[in-house]
Design a protein around this ligand. Sequence first.
Ligand SMILES: *[C@@H]1O[C@H](CO)[C@@H](O)[C@H](O)[C@H]1NC(C)=O
Ligand SMILES: *[C@@H]1O[C@H](CO)[C@@H](O)[C@H](O)[C@H]1NC(C)=O
Length: 139
Amino acid sequence: MFGSRLFVAFVARTALAQSVQIGLPDAGTVLNPGEDYTVQIQCPDSLTSSQEVALVIGIQQCQNGHCFPPDETLGNLLYSGSFNPQFHEPSLPPYQNFTVHIPDTMSSESALVGVAHFALVGDSFAPLIDYHNQSVSIA
Ligand SMILES: *[C@@H]1O[C@H](CO)[C@@H](O)[C@H](O)[C@H]1NC(C)=O
Ligand SMILES: *[C@@H]1O[C@H](CO)[C@@H](O)[C@H](O)[C@H]1NC(C)=O
């Protein structure tokens, strides 16, 4: 009983430690359609072994301020491929920058940058998918 509760706590903590975060763009950043921007995905360092599988970045046009959660809709695909976070500045966790192109078709309203991240965690390769979002504006 005690052992299994400990295990659950360990897995939950591990999952948390392995999830990524959106470093850039900052919340509320104004993006121009047709221009390129940096999306920075940070991966807080952790002692647990994990194997990165894939990362997907999308941007979704919100309708009257309503956006769908990224586990349902990513909108326009900005990036889909491998994820290889590295240490750069000592003040930041390991990260990777992605240069993405904001579609011309996006109109001036709020939008949501959505991220889906897939990794394998620990010695038994527990599959982990985590979703993140950042609210931005389209100029
Ligand atoms: C965006 O993320 C926040 C916090 O992680 C969450 O509370 C919110 O529901 C998410 N928004 C959508 C549209 O999924
Ligand atoms: C990642 O992008 C940010 C913002 O443009 C920049 O400050 C940083 O130097 C970039 N890092 C690398 C390793 O290119």
